[in-house]
Ligand binder design. Structure first.
Ligand code: EPZ
Length: 422
């Protein structure tokens, strides 16, 4: 298993391009199952999660070709059973369920495993499929959905105890594109990645309105055709590098971003005393590290609120920001695995009941630390940038799931990092 050694103390400067969004790419790749025609998807990041999804689509019978960031997928004929061996490795594979059910009238997908950030139920996904007319059986770890007479449009509310479900909204939206009649999803997720998927589906001939708001209406059509689409920029990768630049930067510039998608992250980083300047088009930004810094209060919430996927990275930034910060994760209250590792580096953090209280310390000290999940590992890399000494981060496969060539990008900005193959 690879390790990353981060030598603390270097100053980041210069500019990098932000990659296409992992969390937009995954449902969009799955949506190609809805058509027999060629789908060309550009700026798909080369990360293990998108590679898993491509493997799953291949195992379902899709013809897939990838050259750098462009993926061509043709799903002329597809099977109705997603392979357990592949599905169990990535929760997001659940979003093949909606397209398979809509296209074939049957889908067998294994129940996704849990993960360290918290319980990852799929009850809302199944509530949506059932509302569309699917019969559901769960046996031996597999979900079998059948809709012999096809799916029928209906009204569905997807609010859960922790807010709306992103992939649940995606699944229901995809299934509804080929249902008979109209579907209305209330309390839908409004993330930019859901809107990007809706734009992809509409370009395939679907009739979706309201995506990006809490109420999405889908008018069923008979068939969807092929399409070419470029995935939106990854707002979480951009936010991660914004935090890195605030921590250790000297006017770092990030290109290929979307200012609209970064509002909550920008506001939080500026509130703690840094300055983030966007160009007129909002497609690039420069982060100016602040002098007068102070702690902040952050509470994660569904888009356009502060994203849970940026909670760990912000905690790493606030660990050495003077003052007291309070970070509450309302979406994944257990998503604090990074705090124990940051405390090994000297951070002063108390975690209780879904909230971390951080007292900023002057400097962290390098220590061997272990990545536990995608965003926690990013937080450890950030902490290593300004820690005294060299931080070794093990189980690097976590970070490779969602960050495209993160070590190369850090090296381009002048960080001293090295990937060590075990
Ligand atoms: C998506 O996961 C993202 N993944 C996650 O990013 C992100 O943290 C999450 O949305 C929240 O923004 C992808 O887009 C691939 P949810 P998803 O369904 O859709 C509860 C990363 O780091 N819930 O929106 O699986 C659930 O427990 C990943 O890139 C139910 O109760 O998350 C959680 O508390 C990590 N029942 C809340 O809703 C359900 O059926 C939000 O989960 C589904 C979810």
């Amino acid at each position: 298993m690879d390790k990353l050694i981060v030598h603390g103390g270097s100053t980041l400067e210069g500019s990098i391009n932000i990659s296409g969004s992992k969390n937009a790419s995954l449902p969009i790749l799955a949506a190609a199952l809805l058509s027999e025609d060629d789908c060309i998807i550009r700026r798909v990041p080369d990360v293990s999660d998108t590679n898993y999804m491509i493997q799953i689509l291949g195992a379902l019978g899709a013809d897939v070709e990838r050259s750098s960031g462009t993926v061509r997928i043709t799903c002329a004929k597809i099977a109705d059973t997603a392979p357990y061996e592949l599905v169990r490795r990535m929760r997001a594979s659940i979003c093949v369920m909606g397209p398979m059910l809509a296209r074939l009238g049957r889908a067998v997908v294994s129940l996704p495993g849990g993960c360290v950030i918290g319980d990852r139920p799929v009850d809302l996904h199944l509530k949506g499929m059932e509302a569309l007319g699917a019969k559901i059986e769960i046996e031996g770890g597999d979900i079998t959905l059948t809709a012999k007479n096809g799916l029928k449009g209906t009204k569905i509310n997807l609010a859960g105890t922790h807010g709306p479900t992103v992939l649940g909204t995606d699944n229901v939206m995809m299934a509804a594109t080929l249902a008979e009649g109209t579907t209305v999803i209330e309390d839908a997720a409004a993330e930019p990645e859901v809107l990007d998927l809706a734009n992809f589906l509409n370009a395939m001939g679907a009739k979706i309105t309201g995506a990006g708001t809490r109420t999405i209406t889908i008018e069923g059509v008979d068939a969807l055709h092929g399409v070419e689409h470029t995935v939106i920029p990854d707002r979480i990768e951009a936010g991660t590098f914004m935090a890195a630049a605030a921590l250790a930067g000297n006017d770092v510039t990030l290109k290929r971003v979307n200012r609209e998608h970064l509002k909550a992250i920008t506001a939080a980083i500026e509130e703690s005393g840094h300055k983030i300047e966007f160009n007129k088009a909002g497609t690039q930004c420069t982060i100016h590290r602040g002098e007068q810094l102070s702690g902040v209060e952050i509470e994660t919430s569904p888009y356009p609120g502060y994203p849970t996927d940026m909670q760990a990275q912000m905690t790493a930034l606030l660990a050495t920001t003077p003052g007291i910060s309070v970070i509450k994760d309302t979406i994944f209250p257990q998503r604090f695995m990074h705090c124990a590792e940051l405390k090994r580096m000297g951070a002063d953090i108390k975690v209780d009941n879904g909230t971390a209280v951080v007292h900023g310390v002057k400097k962290l000290t390098a220590a061997p630390v272990m990545a536990s999940d995608l965003r926690a590992s990013a937080a450890l890399v950030l902490a290593g940038l300004t820690a005294k000494g060299s931080t070794t981060i093990s189980r690097l496969y976590h970070i490779d799931r969602g960050y495209e060539h993160i070590d190369e990008k850090l090296l381009m900005l002048g960080a001293e990092v090295e990937r060590v193959r075990d």
